[in-house]
Design a protein around this ligand. Sequence first.
Ligand code: SAM
Length: 186
Amino acid sequence: MNLHAARHIAAEAFKKALRPGDIAVDSTMGRGRDTLQLCQLVGETGHVHAFDVQEAALAETRALLLQEGMLPRASLHLMGHEKMAQVVPPGIRLAAFNLGWLPGGDKRITTRVETSLEAIDAALRLLSPQGLAVICLYPGHPEGERELAAVCAFAHALPPQRYTALRHDFINAGPGAPVALIIQKQ
Ligand SMILES: C[S@@+](CC[C@H](N)C(=O)[O-])C[C@H]1O[C@@H](n2cnc3c(N)ncnc32)[C@H](O)[C@@H]1O
């Protein structure tokens, strides 16, 4: 098991949580790596809704899923994840958030505190019981630092009877190290 990066922790959580037939959400499709893993895990009978605000992210993800034969398992939405409830029905097993900017892309197009919080709140409402929100945060840049503080404050305030919130820190990696947050609905 590789635990070298926040997204590796997320990938382990995806594997533990998802079964064939599940519905999952990739809130930040980027280059499509997470969307691909989610599609593989939900199987032929499941489905993945993926979101991004950049055409380039959609194009790259579509090409990757096509190459891997996974395109029929996904709906790719060119829209902000904060609007996910408009297209995703309740009863999802998992929502993935890999916040920040498109790797190798325009760093000005990054996720933002307000919309990330709206999207996480929307995802929690859509989760089925025992479902997970898996959130990778990157406080090594100013917006990421604000996101980490705000998302952790949001998670901290969740009622423990309804949600379990778990924070994974790389405690010997120095300032700016990524954080993986996992929230489970009861
Ligand atoms: C760190 S990348 C995601 C990486 C991706 N999970 C992968 O496996 O390659 C973050 C992505 O969030 C997207 N993004 C920014 N604001 C967004 C929003 N409001 N809704 C959905 N995606 C957004 C960016 O365009 C970027 O592609």
